[in-house]
Design a protein around this ligand. Structure first.
Ligand SMILES: [Zn+2]
Length: 340
């Protein structure tokens, strides 16, 4: 995994250029340590010096280094834009190209000083890396969730360990309900449950979330081992307010997917980076997911979690949620056996 990304790091480390791009912009990136290798005099493009912290917080050695770089660029008299400050310790959500640039320098074992040169020459020999790849690599390899407290929680389904997590990806709080010793476990039964206030708390009949939540806890208890992760992605990631707006649209005859589109959202905005981080923090080697939703399997694999199996968790349709379940099956690829 990440072979291409590791090649990028190696190129930056050796002082070679890489092209760093977002959906709208692209630059040639160098680690500033290699200023001598860069033909600054040959470029008429704008050069940005990106640093990862405020200039006054740099060490003396870093300041001298930065001065040398700025002097070298000034000598070209070709429209240097001076310094661009990347947000040091930026949350992964705030990552833009400057933050990605200094991250690449840091991963290549350099100070957080990068050069970004506009109007890059696109050449098959110069490898390209996207902002998204940098973000995904960080989400996979950097510890971005923190177990804050662990205690016991007796429930009507059984007694679980409950661990509360904070995270640096979404800035929210999560819980993991853990049954048995899962550390080092293979094929551990895991349910990724996305928060649904109306279904989980109020017993809404519009969806099957509440029943799935309770069924999952029963199954984990019966299995004697497993984990339920309670993920804060209300309404498939659109939030509570928008979910309730979508209910109004559903009342007018749109299905759950059409309603999301009408509100300007994709079918499903959920990201499973936090889930993958918690699974890794629990030292689980591989999981068997309790789900009907194949996108959850891909969502975890994307962040390096081995998914070895899937167990279905099918709730019987009622009059209120039959259309919702039918849409999940027909439009979202959910693996439901019921014929609607
Ligand atoms: Zn629900």
């Amino acid at each position: 995994m990440y072979a291409h990304f590791k090649k990028i790091i190696s190129e930056v480390h050796q002082g070679n250029p890489v092209i760093l791009r977002s959906a709208t912009e692209q630059y040639t990136l160098y680690a500033a340590e290699h200023i001598n290798k860069i033909a600054i005099a040959d470029t008429s493009s704008k050069i940005y010096v990106v640093i990862g912290t405020e200039q006054q917080k740099l060490t003396d050695e870093q300041s001298e280094h930065l001065e040398r770089i700025l002097t070298a660029i000034d000598e070209t008299k070709r429209g240097s834009e001076g310094l661009l400050l990347a947000k040091a310790n930026a949350g992964i959500k705030d990552f833009q190209l400057p933050e990605a640039a200094i991250t690449l320098c840091e991963l290549a074992d350099f100070d957080q000083i990068a050069l970004l040169i506009a109007d890059p020459v696109i050449d098959a020999d110069i490898p390209q890396v996207s902002l998204e790849e940098v973000v995904n690599y960080q989400k996979t390899t950097k510890q971005l969730v923190h177990a804050e407290v662990k205690t016991q929680l007796p429930t009507q389904y059984g007694t679980f360990d409950i661990i509360a997590y904070s995270d640096e990806i979404e800035g929210k709080e999560y819980v993991a309900l853990v049954k048995g010793d899962v550390s080092g476990g293979e094929n551990v039964m895991v349910r990724l449950h996305s928060e649904c206030l109306t279904g989980d708390i109020f017993g809404s009949k519009r969806c099957d979330c509440g029943e799935q939540l309770h069924r999952s806890l029963e199954e984990i208890e019966a299995n004697g081992n497993g984990v339920l992760l309670y993920l804060r992605q209300e309404g498939r990631g659109i939030g509570l307010v928008n979910k309730l707006k979508a209910y109004n649209l559903q009342q007018q005859g749109f299905d759950t997917v059409e309603a999301n589109h009408k509100l300007g959202f994709a079918d499903d905005l959920r990201d499973y980076a936090v889930a993958a981080q918690i699974i890794r923090d629990l030292k689980i080697k591989s999981v068997a997911l309790l789900t009907n939703n194949p996108s959850k399997i891909e969502g975890l694999q994307k962040y390096g979690i081995q998914v070895n199996g899937r167990a279905e968790i099918e709730i019987h349709a009622n009059e209120q949620n039959i259309r919702y379940l039918k849409t999940k099956k027909e439009k979202m690829g959910h693996l439901l056996k019921q014929v609607f």
